[in-house]
Design a protein around this ligand. Structure first.
Ligand code: COA
Length: 170
């Protein structure tokens, strides 16, 4: 049987269902070994959505498969003094493990780019761990460029080392 189609839409942070999805998805991301391996502390769980809702330039995109939240992109608009244009920072991108490799991450990234272009942003920026080859492969395939460290470097002494990546938007 074919998998149910998924949709991507902006989270309504005042909606309890969306708010719960945001907390659960970020918590699931934080629990993964590569991203800390620990659940979000209770105070962070409680403060996360109110904090995002109060942020002047933040927004969250959610991917849904039926009534199941399956992916998230958390973004913040900044400003480039060198271009005198806004830029968009993609702070978090995650897809639930059971739904990976089905195009959801790529679709979330496309939605982020669509928003960035609509906002007149000069580029999208993000940080990615040197050993996160899967995410780097995805970013590279849609036009991001950035550092990746020497092969194995991040797996050696400094697994937490992150690299700056960006996609210019002419
Ligand atoms: C990175 C992540 C968001 C990708 O989401 P996804 O829905 O699985 O990605 P997609 O199915 O859209 O795949 C897009 C591309 O990513 C790359 N990719 C995804 N999974 C991969 C894997 N297991 N091995 C190699 N490349 C992979 C490929 O380039 C793939 O394109 P292709 O399927 O045409 O070959 C997901 O793996 C994830 O949530 N990882 C944990 C959180 C994380 O690391 N986030 C990024 C932090 S910077």
């Amino acid at each position: 049987m074919a998998a149910a189609p998924f949709i991507v839409r902006e989270a309504a942070l005042d909606d309890p269902v969306d708010a719960r999805a945001v907390v659960d998805l970020v918590d699931g991301y934080a629990r993964e070994a590569m991203h800390g391996g620990r659940p979000l502390p209770g105070d962070v769980r409680r403060a996360l959505v109110p904090g995002l809702a109060a942020h002047p330039t933040g927004f969250v995109l959610l991917a849904w498969q039926g009534d199941e939240p399956v992916g998230i992109a958390v973004c913040f608009r900044g400003f480039s003094t060198w271009s005198a244009r806004p830029l968009l920072n993609l702070h978090d991108l995650a897809v639930v493990p059971s739904r990976r490799r089905a195009g959801i991450g790529r679709r979330l990234l496309a939605a982020v780019e669509e928003r960035a272009r609509a906002l007149g942003c000069c580029r999208i920026t993000l940080e990615v761990r040197g050993d996160n080859r899967v995410a780097q492969g995805l970013y590279r395939s849609v036009g991001f460029v950035g550092g990746a460290g020497a092969p194995g470097e991040a797996l050696g002494g400094r697994p937490e080392q992150t690299f700056f990546w960006e996609k210019p938007l002419p």
